[in-house]
Design a protein around this ligand. Sequence first.
Ligand code: ATP
Ligand code: MG
Length: 320
Amino acid sequence: MDHVVLTGDRPTGPLHLGHYFGSLANRLALQGTYPMYVLIADYQVITDRDLPGEIQRNITELLLDHLAVGLDPARVTIFRHSAIPELNQLLLPFLSLVSVAELRRNPTVKDEIAHSSQQAVNGLMFTYPVHQAADILFCKGTLVPVGKDQLPHLEMARLVARRFNERYGEIFPVPEAMLGERPLLGGLDGGKMSKSRGNAIPLRATEDETAALIRRARTDSERLITFDEEGRPEVANLLTLASLCLGRPQRELADEIGYGGAAALKRLVTDAVNEFLGPIRARRREHTEAEAHAVLEEGNRRARERAITTLDEVREAMRF
Ligand code: ATP
Ligand code: MG
């Protein structure tokens, strides 16, 4: 099958190892084989906070993160929400295809509300999964490399595609999620590694910053290191980080550390992560901010062209 790949991130902070093993690795594997769109979801930033914060800086860093891991702008279209007004026009008819009960049921939205810094939940928090359906469907995306938290949103996009097709005629393919090697990487506090939760190892962190972050990670006082995801989630998380970076099973690493305790575990994880991030850090230094912005300008132009075509088709199907 000929796929179109679409995926994206919120510009709420630098990309981290969770992104790498949840989605970036698949982006790298698919680029060049299929057309690929990577979205910087700037309107999605204000779902769980009042102000967008350092959004321009975050966008620049996000672009540099992508260039640093090896995404090739000649083969991939990188664009931002706010440059494509057609996405907002797709949102409106798409909203009419889903019920309020369906919007309320979304478990990822519930989790994000629980972690939100806002006093009251805003309307965008409930509707952004439908905006995301527009993000995927505007380019007739069929394959979406994401982490596990995105599966409910993918279901929403599939629902919107099917219902639109039923009501107005076949326009949209029904997209599929593609989960990464580690679809839900834990952070340094045991919860989901997240940009906004202060528990992540950013791809751009220096060796010293990485060491400091891992030193502060939660563990337990048991000296014998074992891999037990249920009983010792924090230790298991650290072993998983090292395992992904080294390409070796967690249990083998635990046996090697034996009675070395948390100190030896953290040393091993730090070395593994630093070795893994070495080439990414080096590639980052090869790119400038000006280059990153030129990549975005060109991506915005290409994505907008695509969006205009789809919106025309949608309007025609709806007899607007
Ligand atoms: P924020 O805390 O601001 O929401 P985030 O870390 O959750 O940031 P997103 O921009 O929301 O990152 O997600 C971008 C992509 O990365 C999504 O496909 C998401 O599923 C994936 N992803 C995010 N965190 C993880 C994780 N810990 N493990 C695997 N995949 C992840
Ligand atoms: Mg998120």
